[in-house]
Every structure is written in structure tokens, then in C-alpha cells.
Design a protein around this ligand. Sequence first.
Ligand code: 6GU
Length: 227
Amino acid sequence: MRIDILTLLPELLAGPFSASIMKRAQDKKLVEIHFHNIRDYATNKHKNVDDYQYGGGAGMVMSIEPIVTIIEKLQHERTYDEVIYLTPDGVLLQQAICNDLSLKGNIMLLCGHYKGIDERIREHFITKEISIGSYVLSGGEIAAAVLTDAIVRLLPGVLNDETSALTDSFQDHLLSPPVYTRPPEFRGWKVPDVLLSGNFPNIEKWREDKALERTKDRRPDLLNKTQ
Ligand code: 6GU
């Protein structure tokens, strides 16, 4: 898989992809992640990438030209399955969207800034618009990093334990049950007996009960999705 990220702040994105699972996925050639600085494609003297909005109002808008130049340059080099715009007014990101995107070959991510991008880019180039939650970030970069991480960890071979992505919270519309490790008692706080019992049917039942209890308590909205 190849992911191209169009951004005004590539330095903000370097960190999340240079450690741990994201780094290993790239080292193992399971994914290629490329950054493109939109400012490098500005043609005006001051390398401006934004402008005042027509009709007046506070806030600048990202200009159409540098973004279209880079999208078309990349599309000329290969076919893209999706051109995704990260924006607070996009569709809310869910695990199912990540699962779907993890099956694609090439995707482009465009990070928004200021008041957003010229609407004509959305009309003519963008195939999906995604938000990562009901709050406003100062730019789309962190959202692009979140989306990329959520996709890349699903690619076959990225996680050591092949089954572990399937047992994540959300894959079955349930939150994960609590987990414990050694020691069995710390400051008098004990690990639940059932987990030490070696009785696997009981352990499985306990985990299911706890997952359901936690989901009812914290995310009852997920339960409506079961089945
Ligand atoms: Cl994708 N971008 C920005 N700027 N804010 C957000 C977001 C994206 N998703 C939630 N808030």
C-alpha cells in the first residue's frame, strides 16, 4: 500500500511515522508513506498557499492552484483509489472505514488548514471526507496521522500477532475487557481469581461479560450496531 499525504506541515507528521509499529511497517515494505509540502507547489512570489474568502468573513481559505497541481502530478504517476480530505465537517471515522481503506492500493490524504480548502477541490478531486471526532483541531495533520495509523496496523504482516487486530475494541462493536499482568497482587489490589484459574471457558465468559458491561456503561451507542 502507498499513502501520499499533502500537507503544509510535514514536520508535524514526521514523528508519528518514525517509531514503533508505523516505522516497522515501512521498514518491512508493507506500506510506503510519502509527504508532500503544498507550499512547494505555490507559484506566486511569496509562496502563499491561502487567500481571503470571497464574500468576506473571517479566516483564510487554502488556494486551489497548488493543491490541484500536486494532486494531478501524483495522479499522473499512478492511479489512486481514494483522495481523502481530512476535515471537521467530514464523515465521522469508524473502524469499518479503516477496514475498508486497508484493502486499497494507493490513497492520498489532504490535510486542511485555516477555514478549509476551496470548495472546487472538494467537488472535482476529493472522493471521501473524513473527520476524526466532534471537536476542532488546528489542522488536518494529526487527523491524517490517526487515520494512517488505524489503516496501517490492519495490513497483513504489520502486527506480530495476526489475530490481535481482529480482537481490538470496535471490531465486534464491543469495547475490550480489562487486562492484567504480574504480579497477582500489588498493594493488596488483586487480579480477579477467574483469570488465574486456568478454566478457559470461564475466562472467556468473564471477558465477554466485562466487555459488554464496559460497552453498556461507556458506549451504549455501539450496542445498537451488534448483528
Ligand atoms: Cl479531520 N481536521 C480538523 N482540523 N479538525 C478535526 C478533524 C479534522 N477531525 C476532527 N476535528
